[in-house]
Design a binder for this molecule. Structure first.
Ligand code: FAD
Ligand code: NAD
Length: 471
């Protein structure tokens, strides 16, 4: 082990201060473990706070506001067309990020968690070199790797780097491009596509699979797809990029859709084709940590790696790459390091796409259940029968329940509709508690709320839904 006269000592070193890392550090500190965080960014909060969850939701809030105002005309309320001051919008979004990052730094101080700025690399299992302003050598008894992920790139031969931006570039909101091409119809492409469409860009999506949002069941993506068809110029599925080059008046794009070549000229191209874990350039080869073929650090239920001194959490430790999954793993790792016997044993991790309408799901999807050969029953409630959804002018949605056909245990729930991301919490709790469909059907839900669709979907598993049509 490398030894250095002026090396710092810490019981726990957390590498990365995102929703995985800072949550782990705070939990460990609360349990009496002397803890240090190292992050190469001057702002704590990780990708999630700086260039992910939070700035995207701030901009989506504005996009939804613009959409609500435009749709109010249908209810007899007409507003003047909006005047968008892009500089003020950008400043407001930045102030939201700054406020939340400052809050995390304050909480770190209150817990006496030392925060070091710089880039960390492991010299061995218990020694980390930090390069940067606060640089130096740190000896630690335990380390948690929480270095997150970065945007995947397409080969420069297909799309030169100076012709495209990633989600960080899009969230920086440099301007509102006249025409925006988005490669990838997943979370980022659809959320940021709706933001830019609301601000005035003509948005086109090129998605290589035969549908958008491949992670959820097709019927859940349908209400969103219908809305996007009105908001976007076009959504090309089963389409792959052939070439991109900078032309005289913009970026010239050629893509192939089901054997036919299409051409397009846009002002900007956003590449959102997934993310890859930050497990390289970390010196992990100097430890016993094992990395799988996709770049994820291999961990057990306690988030221990193959090196007994090192734990890994969050995006770098496997999918789904979601902030709340990272945070839960942070709690687990911190508690295990503090001597508790905690494991990561979630039955359901919610996934939410914050578009309008939102799409949310948890537990098993119908396709996953079928792939596993399970005997299932499906219950659905269309939002057109929900008094609240109709009263809000948002009757386009569906709530769906996937249950075990014999035990009636809840296996999964999917919701497409207004605030689906908030509604899914009930389903996550129900699955965690091992509830059956009868439990959801017999639970009294407030009227009029869209949460009633969960009760109705549960009833429809048995064909007893009150608001379902009868033949
Ligand atoms: P990160 O948040 O990526 O943090 C890792 C930290 O490690 C960074 O601060 C980085 O600076 C630091 N770091 C990396 N390498 C080193 C090193 N060698 N030395 C020192 N520091 C280092 N998830 C959701 O759940 N909901 C959402 O709404 C959502 N929206 C998103 C929107 C966008 C545009 C993007 C890109 C992602 C979004 N995500 C969302 C995903 C979410 O951001 C990630 O799942 C989450 O940030 C992962 O947390 P983490 O702690 O693993 O890593
Ligand atoms: P994604 O995996 O959600 O979607 C990528 C899409 O790109 C897929 O539909 C895929 O089929 C398509 N694709 C891949 N290669 C392509 C190619 N060459 N040409 C055309 N299409 C291609 O990835 P993302 O949208 O980049 O987001 C990355 C991750 O960040 C997400 O998986 C998620 O974990 C996280 N995220 C979460 C949220 C949220 O929770 N609301 C929001 C944004 C990002």
């Amino acid at each position: 082990m490398a030894r250095d006269e002026c090396a710092e000592q810490t019981e726990l070193l957390v590498v990365g201060g995102g929703p995985g890392g800072y949550v782990a550090a705070f939990r460990a500190a609360d349990l009496g473990v002397q803890t240090t965080i190292v992050d190469e960014s001057p702002l704590l909060g990780g990708v999630c706070l700086r260039e992910g969850c939070i700035p995207s939701k701030a901009l989506l809030h504005v996009a939804h506001l613009l959409e609500d105002a435009a749709e109010a005309e249908e209810f007899g309320v007409a507003f003047q067309p909006p005047r968008i001051d892009i500089d003020r919008l950008r400043s407001w979004k930045n102030s939201v990020v700054a406020q939340l990052c400052a809050g995390i730094t304050k909480l770190a101080g209150q817990r006496k968690v030392r925060v070091i700025r710089g880039r960390a690399t492991f010299e061995d299992s218990g020694t980390v070199r930090v390069a940067g302003a606060d640089g130096g050598l740190i000896h630690c008894q335990r380390a948690i790797v929480a270095t997150g992920s970065r945007a995947k790139r397409l080969p420069p031969a297909v799309i030169p780097t100076d012709c495209c931006i990633d989600s960080t570039g899009a969230l920086a909101l440099p301007n509102v491009p006249r025409a925006l091409l988005i490669i990838g119809g997943g979370y980022i492409g659809l959320e940021l596509g709706q933001v830019y469409a609301a601000l005035g860009s003509k948005v086109t999506v090129v998605e290589m699979l035969d549908r958008i949002l491949p992670g959820c069941d097709t019927d859940l993506a349908r209400p969103l797809a219908a809305k996007l068809r009105k908001q976007f110029e076009a959504i090309h599925t089963s389409a792959t990029l052939t070439s991109v080059r900078r032309g005289d008046s913009g970026v010239e794009v050629v893509f192939n859709k089901r054997g036919q070549e299409h051409q397009l000229e846009v002002e900007r191209v956003l590449v959102s084709v997934g993310r890859q874990p930050n497990s390289d350039n970390l010196g992990l080869e100097n430890t016993k940590v094992r990395i799988d073929e996709r770049g994820f650090i291999e961990v057990d239920q306690a988030r221990r790696t193959a090196d007994e001194a090192i734990y890994a959490i969050g995006d770098v430790a496997g999918e789904p790459m979601l902030a709340h999954k990272a945070s839960r793993e942070g709690i687990v790792a911190a508690e295990v390091i503090a001597g508790r016997t905690t494991t990561f044993s979630a039955r359901a991790i919610p996934a939410v796409v914050y578009t309008s309408p939102e799409v949310a799901w948890c537990g098993l999807t119908e396709s996953e259940a079928k792939e596993q050969g399970r005997n299932i029953r499906i219950g659905k409630s269309q939002w057109g029968v929900s008094g609240r959804a109709v009263a809000m002018g948002r009757p386009y949605g569906v709530t769906k329940i996937i249950a075990d056909a014999e035990t009636h245990k809840l296996l999964g729930v999917g919701i497409a509709g207004e605030h689906a991301g908030d509604l899914i919490a009930e389903a996550v709790l129900a699955i965690e508690l091992g509830a059956g469909v009868e439990d959801l059907a017999a639970t009294i839900h407030s009227h009029p709320t869209t949460s009633e669709t969960i009760m109705e979907a549960a009833e429809s598993v048995f064909g007893t839904a009150i608001h379902a049509a009868r033949r």
